[in-house]
Design a binder for this molecule. Structure first.
Ligand code: SF4
Length: 323
């Protein structure tokens, strides 16, 4: 088994809802992430998939320590991040970088590309102006752009090129892991494939580990080794790419997969239409949080939270149909 880069154990993030009454303590909270555990191994890509609002982006921010958890543990290479001081966290942040969904919003339009890519180096006091400039040119070439782009501004680039700039910026500090939060959702389909291919090339070249967050199971299959499916702040199924696509177990995973457009028009698989909307994370249903939409729901699904069941070495599911 390869080295564990990130380990997350019973991770929770509950955001209190501010009451309109001053000085009254909030009693309700949004359970954005509600008891999530998984490991990410060196050199792999773990996909985290779910509908919007399922907590996947909050989890990315918890792992990167942009927000602190309500409960639970995040470990980076065996170090519990909650026990580290601010100096050590700063140093670990170099190793955990992020690429966000909107490549325009995450890049300051008033700065040159050279400034934007060199900024992480300047923040961490790495090198001088001359060596940073050299590194910027090197990074631009690594992501398929050219050295002369360094003098330009964000508005002069297409969406795909802007995402390449974001990736160059994320690579600047030689990270161990990059968390890609919906990195291709805002791009055209043809450009999505180019950015995904670039991420795969960079992974091979620099031995990178990725967490790839997406609402689209069709996109993650091109890059992920393992996939975790999230629903209402919890992981409901996790397994290798083959296990999930060829033999999905959880009714929610099956419904998500059935929504992917068929490659073969003679494929008879029917689309599973889920009834109702995702319930509010302020007041998730008791028992299995999917029971109100599940076509297989049984009486005890309404009361008992399903435990994770091992279905083999790598596939696990939280569903009473398998316990
Ligand atoms: Fe459906 Fe019950 Fe399984 Fe939940 S535990 S997914 S309600 S069958």
């Amino acid at each position: 088994m390869s080295e564990v880069v990130i380990k997350v154990e019973n991770l929770k993030k509950h955001f209190p809802i501010n009451e309109a009454v001053p000085f009254k303590k909030s009693t309700q909270s949004v359970k954005a992430v509600d008891g999530v555990s998984f490991e990410v191994y060196k050199g792999e890509t773990l996909g985290i998939v779910g509908e919007s609002g399922c907590g996947k982006s909050t989890m990315a921010r918890l792992i990167n320590q942009l927000i602190r958890p309500t409960e639970g543990v995040v470990e980076f290479k065996g170090k519990n991040l909650a026990t580290l001081g601010s100096k050590e966290i700063r140093s670990i942040r170099k190793s955990i970088q992020m690429v966000f969904q909107n490549p325009y919003a995450s890049l300051d339009p008033r700065k040159t590309i050279e400034y934007l890519i060199a900024e992480p180096l300047a923040i961490h006091h790495i090198g001088d102006a001359k060596s940073r400039k050299k590194r910027v040119i090197e990074l631009l070439e690594v992501v398929g752009l050219s050295g002369y782009h360094a003098e330009r501004y964000v508005h002069e680039f297409s969406g795909g090129q802007r995402q390449r700039i974001n990736i160059a910026r994320a690579l600047a500090l030689n990270p161990d892991i990059i968390i890609c939060d919906e990195p291709v959702s805002a791009l055209d389909v043809s450009v999505q494939a180019q950015v995904i291919n670039l991420l795969k090339d960079l992974q091979r070249k620099f031995d990178l580990t990725y967490i790839f967050i997406s609402h689209d199971l069709n996109v993650v299959r091109y890059i992920c080794d393992r996939i975790a499916v999230m629903y209402l702040g919890k992981i409901v199924e996790i397994g290798t790419y083959e296990e999930l696509y060829e033999n999905p177990k959880h009714p929610y995973t099956k419904a998500l997969l059935s929504a992917i457009p068929k490659e073969n028009p003679f494929d008879k698989k029917e689309r599973i239409l889920l009834e109702g909307d995702v319930p509010s994370p302020v007041n998730p249903p008791p028992g299995c949080s999917f029971h109100k939409r599940c076509p297989h729901a049984m009486e005890h699904c309404k009361k008992d939270v399903p435990a994770f069941v091992d279905l083999g070495e790598t596939q696990k599911v939280a569903c009473h149909l398998y316990s």
